[in-house]
Design a protein around this ligand. Sequence first.
Ligand SMILES: [Cu+2]
Length: 180
Amino acid sequence: MKTICVAGAAALAVTTAFAAAPAVTPAAHVPDASARLIGIDGKASGVVIFHQTAKGVQIDVSLSRMQPGVHAIHIHAVGKCEEGKSFNTAGAHFDVGGHHHGKMDPQGPHTGDMENVTANKLGFVRATVTMTGFTLSPGPNSLFDADGSAVVIHAGPDDYKTQPAGASGDRVACGVIKTM
Ligand SMILES: [Cu+2]
């Protein structure tokens, strides 16, 4: 019991310290966003959480029901995921400035290109990355442009060079990015 009280006091002290801190940075006012992914069967396949920090957008990827192995993951340009249309409704890769696909292309990568993720033998993916080319906040690089944006998982890995999507195959999961 005594331990619990001490812990509570410590937590209170921390809370008080934060409350007394000077005004937070503008980035802290940007709401988090999330994409709830569905598979091509229309059933839930995981969630991707977006958090704006001073250094970029932190992205926490948590997927299930993937085929074991390596998969491409990209931000696509349109916030529309229709499994009946093979998720082609999500459009091409999100890009600002007319880049080519892939970090191995001299004119790449697309702004929405991300590092491949790996599903374990049970089909789960956990990954955290920080992306600097786009923002959650309003502006020219915002994911929340007129037609929104989506997260798309592909059947295979991105080779980071083949146009337009790294020869990564079918789109197997998709989620519209929404403010939480
Ligand atoms: Cu893609």
